[in-house]
Structures are given as C-alpha cells and as structure tokens.
Design a protein around this ligand. Structure first.
Ligand code: AHR
Length: 627
C-alpha cells in the first residue's frame, strides 16, 4: 500500500483524545484502586445489602455482633461491632481484607474508633491466615472511655514480607480489661502507602499502570453507578465528601455495597495527580430500574447538580466553595465538561428516554447554560442513539461491539458534522465475531483480535478528532475475586503480582503515547482494509502515522511518505503483534504477556519513503525523529 501524507489540509484535533472512566464495578473501587485494605470497615448497609459480619473473624473466641447503638459513631454510620472478650490473654477480631491483603515491609497507616471503658493496650497486627505467623504488630495505648467514641490512630511496619496475600489484619485487647464486659468498634481502616502518599488514597501499582496510559480526561463517575438502582439510591455526590465517618456509602449497582470512601474529592485528586481534565457526570433523574423524576419534581435535582459544580469550582465565598475549602481544597478546580446522566437511551427504558428527550436534558442544559455558560454540556446518548442533540451540546457514544462491527463501522465518525461533537465515554470489544450477544456472557478476557479491532475503531475516531472529544475504554478494572463484567482494561487482586495489563491496555498505551495534534490527509492507491490508518503531526512537530491490519492472512507492505519530510529522515516504528491464536489473552494467573512489542529505527529512502511490512492482526505507530 502506497501512502502519501499531505503537508496540510487536515483537522486540529481534540486536546484530550485518550482518557479513563471509573465506576465501582468488579470491586474496582472498594477492593480495587481505592487502597483501603479492610473490607466492610464500617458495617455500612442499605435495604439492598443488609448489614453483616462479612470479612470479620473472631480472635480467641471473642463474640462478635453488629449492633445499632443508641449512640452511634455518626448518623451516617449507625452500625458498629460489639466485641465480647473470649478466652486467652488477648482477644479481639480480624479482617480478611478484599480476599486477602498484601503484606510487605512498608508503612501501613491505620485507625479505628472504639467506645467503652478500657485502660490497657490495643494491638494491631498483620498475620498469615494460613499459618498464624505474625509479620508485624504495634501496641496502641487505649484512650477509650465509656459512652464516647474515641479514634485511635497508628502506623505499622511489618518486619518481613508475607509469602502470599492470604493474610489478615487483627485488633486485639486484654481480655480482662474491658470493664463493661464488651467494647464497640467502628470505621476500622488500614492503608498501605498510596499513590503520591495521599491520605485515603489510591493503590500505587494500579495508578502507575493508568499513568502509563497518559490519560487526558476522567469521566467521573462513569457508568451505571451514577444512576443508582432506584431514584432514591443514586450516586449522591454530597454524601461522598467529607470525613469518612460522615459518608453513609451507597447501594452499589453491581451487587455489593459501596463505601464511597473513594468519593468526589478523591476523584478530583485523581485528576490532579494524573493531570486529567474532569468530565463530571451529574444525576439527571433516571435510575436503573427505569423510574425517573417527573418534570414537576426535577427542580431540586437540577439544583443539586449545580451545587456539585459550585462545590468543585466556586470561590470560597460561595456556599459550596466554602465547604470544599473546609475539606482542604481552598483552590477551586476547573470543570469544563459536564455530562447529563448516563445512557438514558438504553433499551428497556423507552418511556424514561422519551422524558429525557422531551424535558429532562433540556431542563439541565438550560440551567447549566445560564449559570456556567463556559461548560461544554454532554448528553448521555449520542447522535447514533436516536436523539437530536441540541447544539452546542455534545453526545456520548458507548459501543460495546464485536471486532467485525468495529471494523465495519470504520466510516461512522466521518459522517459527524461540526455540530455533532461526540465523546466516546465507553467502548470495548466484548463478544467474539458470531458469538452470543448481551443475552449471554461477555467474552472471558480482552483478546488480541478484539484489541486490534479497538485500534481500528480508535483510528476511525482520531481521523475525526475535531468532532470526537475523546475516547475511553470501559470498564477499567476487575478484581479477580468478585466481578460482574469480565472484559476490562486491567485485572487485579490483593496480590500485586496478579495485576495484569490486558491486550487492550497495550493497544491503548501505544496510541495514547503518540498524540496527533493536527491530522493530515493521506493520498493512496488503495482502499481501507485490511490496512487502516491515520496520520498527522504532534505538538512538537514530528510526523505520526498510526495503523492496524485486520483480516489479512498475508503481511501488508507499506510505503509511507510524508510531504514535509526529506530523504534519509529517520523514524521510530513500534509494532504490536499478538499470539497465533486471535483469541489469545493476557492471563492474570500465568502473567504471560501475549503482546509482542518491537521498536525499530527506520530510515526513509532517497525519495523520502519509509518502507515496512505489517503482519496480519498487528497495530503500529511510526513517529519521525524530526519535524
Ligand atoms: O461499563 C459497564 C457498563 O456498561 C456501564 O456501567 C454502563 O454505562 C454501560 O452499560
């Protein structure tokens, strides 16, 4: 295939082509990127997920019970753990973590609240759940008194690394010392070192893997989590901020209770740490059960969404800006993008969708345009979801497709007009070609053929990146011990050795590490397929070409010339290839990476042409060394 990249005539592209989204699915938040090690730390419960002793064990015969005391720790956390001492000198309780805990010689930061007269020492320890071996412990002098909740804080540095993650965290106390016969505990928390050492922060290995993707935007909270199971249990942003003892948590939409320890402020700190532009999704009155708020009742919810943006961006003189400042963030954040809802178009909720088209979207759009005219509003459907999106709003497109469908739709974005700004707020290849659709299970893991089709989809978006705002794979994370959605960018468990970058992660990283700022037209003697490509220039003026080969048993020979480059110029060519089996995947249990990455320096010939060959099912980026 002969390709000539023209020197001008393309588009200025979006400044945020590659981003991320997050919602608590697959224990991707609690038990995932939120670094808290204690599961069920505050006995949070909702109608959907009743209170339980899940993840708690008795130590030395202590009798454990969850109680609702007349004097709870807080209105948000009404349940606590009552511990009646058992036998032995020390007695207490242990937590099994999110299916284990990683124990290393590093500083753990912990705290717990206790109520009841006790004058001895508490011992916090990390030990093997298999052998009982203690890896580290610390004594904490009790300040506990009858009738008051008193917080105890400690740090703990184990003396040795645990050989595996089957470990527990225990708090014990002197059996004889509990003067009223029992003690009450709540909000028992333990953090390992976090990314950038933020208190209440995020897990280092997962954040580093995300940072490698150089994401430029963060859709928060993404997905169904925003909507909630019912119109009473949506993601109430104001219940996710402030001290942990004042956060009630929420009925998660993916079959488990969510702590909301990873709340709105933590999302914004995540943006700060990775230098990402926030796309803040606000609740628009639709819940997952199909119920929605009527026109007459929508006012307070619109006000809540406006308050959320005031909380994030208002000066300290404003009501909500003052609250933000009181939480340690006097400097307002910048919010340039707000999305109204999530997937209002989704099949099965036709009546609710009609209300979105008729009034819900418009009422939010009007209110935001009035108060925050600079904000780019994004509707939760896209123009491909049977909605005429009123200019200047953008839409949000969520293709979860088969590989062939991504490739067949290569021209889809070419038809977007300048009035059809589109965010790709979620995408992934989820079913194999010819495989079962949503009625059945998703494919077990992201697979190589799927990842190549995603590359072709991303190329189709980049070709139109003056109208495509950006793209994010979804969902991002999956805890290997409990998950609801198999296809994710990464997988993880308590043991960091199991953290896995999927084949799709490798494709995303290659593309997001070579950003085109201005696309350029390409003249050719061939049609798209089996080779798909996009070309342009980077911020620093180098030339970039991205390509992928699909459905070809033979390698594709490419002769690539840039009008603006001279003979003998040099370029770096990076080619990703996969396993012989297109269904090959990166298996967390074996940690074999099936993606082969080869980087070579190639030189243009005396006519300025770069020549190379790309095998079937491959993804490549060529970037010139000079301008
Ligand atoms: O990413 C998983 C789910 O897919 C999201 O929660 C939802 O927006 C979409 O349907």
């Amino acid at each position: 295939v002969n390709l000539l990249v023209r020197g001008s005539g393309g588009n200025k592209t979006t400044h945020m082509m590659y981003g991320i989204m997050h919602e608590d699915i697959n224990n991707s938040g609690d038990g995932g990127i939120y670094a808290e090690l204690i599961q069920n730390r505050a006995f949070q419960a909702t109608e959907q997920y009743p209170v339980s002793l899940d993840s708690w064990l008795s130590v030395n015969g202590a009798k454990l019970a969850v109680k609702q005391l007349t004097k709870p720790l807080s209105a948000a956390l009404p349940n606590s753990l009552n511990v009646v001492p058992g036998s032995g000198k020390k007695t207490g309780f242990a937590n099994t973590g999110f299916w284990g805990m990683d124990v290393k010689v590093q500083k753990y930061t912990g705290s717990f609240y206790v109520k009841g007269a006790y004058s001895g020492q508490f011992t916090a320890s990390l030990q093997s759940n298999l052998t009982g071996e203690t890896f580290g412990s610390v004594d904490i002098k009790s300040r506990s008194v009858a009738n008051e909740w008193v917080q105890h804080e400690f740090t703990l540095v184990p003396k040795k690394n645990a050989p595996n993650s089957n470990n527990t965290f225990a708090i014990t106390f002197d059996t004889a010392g509990a003067k009223q016969g029992s003690l009450d505990f709540n909000l028992i928390s333990l953090f390992p070192p976090t990314y950038k050492n933020r208190p209440n922060g995020l897990r280092v290995d997962l954040m580093e893997a995300i940072a490698e993707l150089k994401p430029t935007f963060f859709r928060l909270p993404g997905g169904n989590m925003l909507e909630g199971l019912t119109t009473k249990t949506w993601w109430k942003w104001n219940e996710t901020i402030g001290p942990l003892k004042d956060r009630p948590g929420m009925a998660g939409v993916w079959n488990y209770q969510v702590t909301t320890g990873l709340g709105l402020v933590e999302y914004m700190e995540w943006c700060d740490d990775l230098n990402m532009e926030p796309i803040v999704a606000v609740w628009d009155g639709l819940a997952l059960d199909g119920n929605y708020i009527s026109k007459e009742d929508l006012g307070p919810y619109i006000q809540s969404a406006l308050d959320e943006i005031e909380f994030l961006t208002g000066s300290v003189e404003t009501k909500w800006g003052k609250v933000r400042a009181s939480l340690g963030h006097p400097k307002p954040w910048k919010v340039n993008y707000v999305e109204i809802g999530n997937e209002d178009w989704l099949a099965g909720r036709p009546t609710a969708y009609e209300t979105y088209k008729q009034y819900r979207f418009k009422m939010f759009q009007d209110a935001f345009t009035k108060k925050y005219p600079h904000i780019q509003i994004i509707a939760s459907p896209s123009v491909f979801d049977d909605m005429v999106i009123p200019v200047p709003a953008a839409g949000d497109y969520h293709p979860y497709l088969r590989p062939d469908e991504f490739v067949e739709n290569f021209n889809k974005f070419d038809h977007l007009t300048k009035d059809n700004l589109t965010l790709i707020g979620e995408y992934a290849a989820v079913h194999p070609n010819g495989g079962i659709d949503w009625a059945g299970n998703l494919h077990p893991w992201p697979w190589w053929g799927g990842a190549v089709s995603e590359a072709i989809f991303l190329i189709s978006a980049e070709r139109n990146s003056d109208r495509v705002i950006g793209a994010t794979y979804a969902p991002g994370l999956r805890n290997l011990n409990r998950w609801q959605w198999s296809i994710t960018l990464m997988q993880h468990a308590a043991d960091p050795a199991l953290t896995t970058k999927s084949v799709s992660w490798h494709v995303s990283r290659l593309f997001s590490n070579h950003i085109i700022r201005e696309t350029l037209p390409v003249s050719t003697d061939a049609n798209f397929g089996p080779l798909y490509y996009v070309a342009g220039t980077s911020e620093k003026g180098t030339s970039i070409w991205k390509g992928a080969v699909y459905n070809s048993t033979e390698p594709v020979d490419v002769s690539l010339q840039f009008e603006c480059h001279q003979k003998n110029d040099k370029a770096t060519l990076t080619v990703l290839t996969g396993p012989t089996d297109p269904y090959g995947y990166n298996d967390p249990w074996t940690q074999v990476n099936v993606v082969k990455e080869k980087t070579t320096t190639i030189k243009a010939d005396d006519k300025g042409k770069f020549s190379f060959s790309l095998p079937g099912l491959s993804v490549a980026v060529l970037e010139t060394e000079g301008k």
